[in-house]
Design a protein around this ligand. Sequence first.
Ligand code: NI
Length: 256
Amino acid sequence: MIFDTHAHYDDARFDEDRDAVIASLKENDVRHFVDVASDLPSIEKVERIVEKYPESYGALGIHPSELDGVSEKDLKEIEEKIRNNKRIVAVGEIGLDYYWEENPPHDVQKKFFRYQLEMARRLKKPVIIHSREAAQDTFEIMKEMRAEEIGGVVHCYSYSKEMAKEYVKMGFYIGIGGVVTFKNSKKLKEIAAEIPLERIVLETDCPYLAPSPHRGERNYSGFLPLVAAEIAELRGVTIDEVCNTTYQNALRLYNV
Ligand code: NI
């Protein structure tokens, strides 16, 4: 059984064939996915997805690159939506993204990150962390906000092995997807081989980041057996063990 802990089936790239794609997931043993919001328009789309597809759960939050025009009132509304919908299982994706030079400014990103961490604490929901080229600031804010009491996953993990171990110590899960199958992902392969399997969850981030040999294509949860196979090979265990353990991890992560 496979649990895709991070998908974006609300994305326009699934508008043509969303029903068919989601119906096909069971052919690849994918039992559940969490559809993750990123910007304001995606909030309602995620709500529609969880209403329509029984195998789905949702996460609501604002991505650090999508903060333009987002007000405190918007965040209060998101908090109420999460409180009133049992199928929304996490706050996300939230975090810091310094890839685009000061856009939005770092202090704005940090303010919203702290706010949404506090929101997750009030809601008693785990967080889905997006962090790109902001390793130190992300870690410092999570320490400062005592994120170990909130829990969650560092999605599409892209930092050092040492930092992965720090997040594991904090009780966080490490989200691993298609990138681990790329030839040049030496660092991530080491992490996938060495951190406890009990702390790894599978994710697509679809439609992005399809695994080899589908790199560059539209991604979907049906490609996750390729990710599981890579992790199994790196660890010297069976694919079944990777799928079943990460499935149980996902249930624990999202309290479902
Ligand atoms: Ni994502």
